[in-house]
Design a protein around this ligand. Structure first.
Ligand SMILES: Cc1ncc(COP(=O)(O)O)c(C=O)c1O
Length: 434
């Protein structure tokens, strides 16, 4: 494939050559725990990376390898690793960058478990987080960076507030201090936004969401742009010569030598999947590859529908606010115009006016929106984040993340907009009657 091919063409074919797989048109599902090593010389070549091939599926599988190559190409990155969930992608990445202890500087509008991870779990391993006061002000990130800052962490389209950030400006500041920028690009996908083109260094995904797009698989991805000048004192893990990364002549190598330019992915592949497990299974890899091939048509339709739903909600006097860059008066419109020419995704949220009971009736009355915590499905979905996806965060963090008690989140699916608007309308009517 060539970079000149359209995104759609590359989403279907990149990273796969059927001639390497018995001319199978579809990437095969390599459903096996282990692979024949053949002979002792080949074994040595496999272990030193001199020959590519399967060894054991805990540490990687050829179906996952196709997905890794495809996402790295779509993202414009050097290398990628496919993991068993989006949370594995986040936690592995930050545990590795924060090895030996350190801090993360983060925006505070994040998926609930991601925020809880930063607040309560990673500190157990010596990695703390400083949340910026004004996450829309790039200079606020600079104020919190210190000698022990190991990463800046952001969501490109935040869940559930649909906030956008000037990642170009934030990355420029981070790079002044030699700090890598990690972006969770789950809601945007590389079709709508490619963080590396805006200065980010590492992209993570919950591929469970829009990339797979069918609500039937849990998966995560990490992609490294390549070439970040990791400081040797701050990140010695990327400069340590390892026997486990030796070459065919038994010379120990550093992660930076093992996959030139992508030491983070080298370390995740060689150490994290080896010791934590969590490489993405072959069936899940296949499902994500299949979903990815229709990403562009799904998002094109969903974005058009989302704009209509936003206009409909904006027109209702009983909706307290609508959060989407093209909602009335939204402060992210300018950034959306600049950075998201194809549209800022298919997720939106709004403020429900009425009692908790009425909110319950509204949600229960919907026929074309499923009530659950996922996003990025073919089905339209609804949830009330304060009571589920973000309910494990204490009240003060709801305030910090700007998640009011009446917040409702919609993930728009592939139904026609008329069906969805009619459905919302009848549910609002029922809720009003009580
Ligand atoms: C923005 C975002 N990032 C990460 C995750 C975690 O992904 P997973 O559920 O695949 O572990 C989610 C899950 O909802 C999410 O919405």
């Amino acid at each position: 494939m060539s970079q000149k091919d359209s995104f759609s063409a590359r989403a279907i074919r990149a990273g796969y050559n059927s001639a390497d797989h018995f001319n199978s048109v579809n990437p095969p599902i390599y459903q096996t725990a282990s692979f024949d090593l053949i002979d002792i010389d080949r074994t040595r070549r496999l272990w030193t990376g001199a020959e590519a091939g399967g060894i054991y599926s805990r540490v990687g599988n050829p179906t996952g390898g196709i997905l890794e190559a495809r996402i790295a190409e779509l993202e414009g990155g050097q290398a990628a690793v496919a993991l068993s969930s989006g949370m594995a992608a986040m936690t592995y990445t930050l545990l590795l960058l924060g090895q030996g202890g350190g801090n993360i500087v983060s925006g505070s509008s994040l998926y609930g478990a991601a925020m809880l991870n930063l607040l309560k779990f990673l500190p157990n391993y010596g990695i703390t987080t400083k949340f910026v006061e004004d996450r829309n002000d790039p200079s606020a990130y600079e104020k919190l960076i210190d000698d022990n800052t190991k990463a800046i962490y952001l969501e490109s389209i935040s869940n559930p507030n649909i906030e956008l950030y000037d990642i170009d400006a934030i990355s420029a500041i981070a790079h002044k201090h030699n700090v890598p920028v990690v972006v969770d690009n789950t809601v945007a996908t590389p079709y709508l936004y490619r963080p590396f083109e805006h200065g980010a260094d590492i992209v993570i995904y919950s591929a469970t969401k829009e990339i797979n797009g069918h609500g039937n698989t849990i998966a995560g991805l990490v992609v490294e742009k390549g070439g970040f000048p990791y400081d040797e004192k701050k990140f010695p893990q990327f400069y340590t010569k390892e026997w486990k990364m030796r070459d065919l002549q038994d010379n120990k190598r550093t992660p930076a030598e093992f996959i030139p330019g992508a030491p983070l992915i080298a370390s995740l592949k060689i150490f994290f999947t080896e010791f934590f497990g969590g490489a993405l299974g072959s069936f899940e890899s296949y499902m994500v590859l299949q979903g990815l091939s229709t990403l562009t048509v799904r998002l094109d339709k969903k974005i058009q529908t989302t704009r209509k739903i936003v206009d409909y909600l904006d027109s209702r006097s009983d909706v307290e606010f609508v959060r989407y860059p093209y909602a009335r008066g939204n402060k992210y419109k300018e950034l959306a115009d600049r950075d998201f020419p194809l549209g800022p995704g298919a997720l939106l949220s709004f403020g429900f006016t009425g009692s908790r009971e009425q909110e319950g009736i509204f949600i229960k009355s919907l026929n074309n929106f499923s009530y659950h915590v996922n996003i990025g499905d073919v089905r339209s979905l609804i949830t009330n984040p304060p009571e589920n996806t973000h309910c494990e965060l204490e009240h003060e963090y709801h305030v910090l993340a700007d998640i009011p008690a009446n917040l409702i989140r919609l993930s728009i699916g592939l139904e026609d907009p008329e069906d969805l608007i009619a459905d919302l309308e009848q549910a609002f009517d029922k809720a009003k009657k009580g």
